[in-house]
Write a protein that binds this ligand. Structure first.
Ligand code: GLC
Length: 522
């Protein structure tokens, strides 16, 4: 029997000992699910529109197999109210409709936050806002980006932007982008460019409109984003080095190095770019570099980031200070650094991609987004994907560790915000991963649970506490991605063929060379 509560939505941190073993498969809609897989590969599968959950249809009710949940209409209203217009055209959605004084920067359109909104609009057959967003943001990429006197890389994409009334007399509007120069901690978003590429592929796949991706500015955008990440340097890892706070976890949280979120998004963006790039001079050269990097990256991730009982046992018995090519403990990880919780918690079946790996450093925290994206991009092999779904766990860092790791951040206290808080936006990612691994039942339960709370609690940004029972200490209400995440999850379950927009099948070229582990026979 499987049990599921809001922990399934929890974001990164140390486990409290609970894991969820899931052995239920709902094959009642097997035909729909098979269709979803058939649809993953090709770049285009236009014309599909979610018949039932659309705002139109829930006024008409005619097509519904069962009555739509009342939250759907409310969510669509919120999502539409969150739309931001620039010179008369919708270009994105603001982060939160919260009307409290403490808006901070939640009145901006964040690139990452817009993704679930964009997917909801695409699934509902409304691609215009997504197209406008993609074109506007790629134009912003061309801005000179300076922090104090330091110039950022050409390919850096903005974290967010907002519309300013430039000249109230002439009534002209301008866009104002933030590349990190006004963000707390002055952090630049490594994830933004990856999300942009992933969204461009989702748009192309859902509409069949290849002309957008083929535009010179979009091709150039992909080139610039990837050139930043594919450049060779001193690093001996194919993973992407990322400073703490430069990802979706946008403040100090001990994720300096090679965070799983960034590696999974990087891999997904590489795969999407392969489908979008034109095979012309520059494109061809980039494609060759992508193929090589994808190969090295998947090898590294599948071998070194993967953790299950066998792997943990090997690490526990590692020798240290090994030199030469024959070294088993290649990164000189000290077995003494293994946290007690991971030893106690690791179940017989199941596994996951850990949070980070560096020299003498393994961060065993379980991050939901990175693991879901690893499943959706097929960075995880089929066996690994199903092992991840066998083990959905969560963690938080406390006391002294919290002081050291976060720099005493009062927003990230244990079981809050980025430190083990529960984020409703993750609902769409969990649902998509469930569909890809053919475990829709898990998603169904998560959605049912969300339906008992989300609307009543005002669509908060995150929940606090081990069980996610409390509305987050500083959570904004009417957070747009909580709203959109719910809608996307509902539409995905209702029509699993939408999965093709955000998932890619395993590339036969990169068949894994892996040892068998206990979880593979699960
Ligand atoms: C928080 C999140 C970040 C998000 C922003 C706006 O800072 O960590 O990922 O983009 O809020 O919602």
């Amino acid at each position: 029997m499987s049990t599921l509560n809001v922990e399934v939505l929890q974001n990164g941190s140390v486990n409290n000992g609970d894991s969820i073993e899931l052995d239920e498969y709902d094959l009642s809609r097997a035909d729909n699910f098979s269709r979803a897989f058939d649809n993953l590969d090709s770049l285009y599968s236009p014309g599909r529109r979610s018949g039932c959950n659309t705002p139109m249809s829930h006024f008409g009710y005619g097509m519904m197999a069962s009555d739509p949940h009342p939250m759907i209409a409310e969510a669509w209203d919120d999502l539409r109210r969150a739309l931001v217009y620039f010179r008369g055209q919708p270009v994105g959605t603001i982060a939160a409709l919260d009307s409290s004084d403490e808006k901070l920067n939640y009145d901006q359109v964040f690139v990452r936050n817009f993704v679930p909104s964009a997917l909801a609009f695409l699934m509902n057959g409304e691609p215009e806002v997504v197209k406008n967003f993609l074109l506007k943001t790629i134009r912003l990429q061309g801005w000179g980006k300076k922090i104090d006197r330091f110039q950022l890389g050409e390919g850096v994409m903005p974290a967010s932007f907002k519309v300013l009334l430039h000249d109230p007399v002439r009534n002209t509007e301008t866009l104002m982008a933030d590349f990190g120069e006004t963000a707390i901690g002055r952090v630049a978003p490594v994830d933004s460019g990856f999300w942009w590429i992933i969204l461009l592929r989702a748009y192309t796949k859902s509409t069949g409109d290849t002309s957008l991706a083929d535009k010179p500015e979009c091709q150039k955008g992909i080139h610039l984003i990837l050139s930043l990440c594919l450049s060779e340097g001193f690093d001996t890892f194919p993973t992407l080095l990322c400073a703490d706070g430069c990802s979706m976890i946008d403040r100090r949280m001990g994720v300096y190095g090679y965070p799983i979120e960034i590696q999974a998004l990087f891999f997904m963006a590489l795969r999407c770019a392969m489908l979008l790039l034109k095979h012309d001079g520059l494109g061809k050269e980039l494609i060759e570099r992508i193929v090589k990097r994808q190969h090295a990256l998947s090898y590294h991730m599948r071998n070194y980031f993967w953790l299950d009982l066998n792997q943990l046992n090997d690490i526990y018995r590692y020798k240290t200070e090994e030199y030469s090519h024959t070294a088993v403990n290649k990164f000189n990880v000290m077995p003494d650094s293994l946290p007690d919780w991971v030893m106690d918690f690791m179940p017989l079946h199941g596994g996951y991609f850990i949070g980070n790996i560096g020299r003498s450093h393994m961060d065993f925290r379980w991050f939901c987004l990175g693991n879901c994206i690893a499943i959706l991009s097929s960075l995880a092999t089929q066996e690994q994907s199903s092992a991840i779904m066998d083990l959905i766990c969560y963690p938080a860092i406390e006391n002294h560790e919290w002081r050291i790791v976060t720099g005493c951040d009062p927003k990230n206290t244990r079981w809050s915000y980025h430190n083990g808080g529960s984020w409703p936006v993750l609902l769409w990612l969990v649902t998509a991963a469930c569909i890809k691994t053919r475990r829709p039942q898990i998603a169904r339960r998560a959605i049912e649970l969300a339906e008992t709370r989300l609307s009543k609690d005002g669509w908060p940004e995150y929940y606090d506490g081990k069980q996610g029972r409390y509305i987050g200490k500083q959570a904004r209400k009417h957070q747009t991605w909580s709203v959109a995440g719910y809608l996307v999850a509902k539409m995905l379950l209702e029509d699993p063929s939408h999965l093709g927009m955000i998932a890619i099948k395993e590339d036969k070229l990169f068949k894994p060379v892996l040892r068998r582990s206990s979880s593979w026979t699960a």
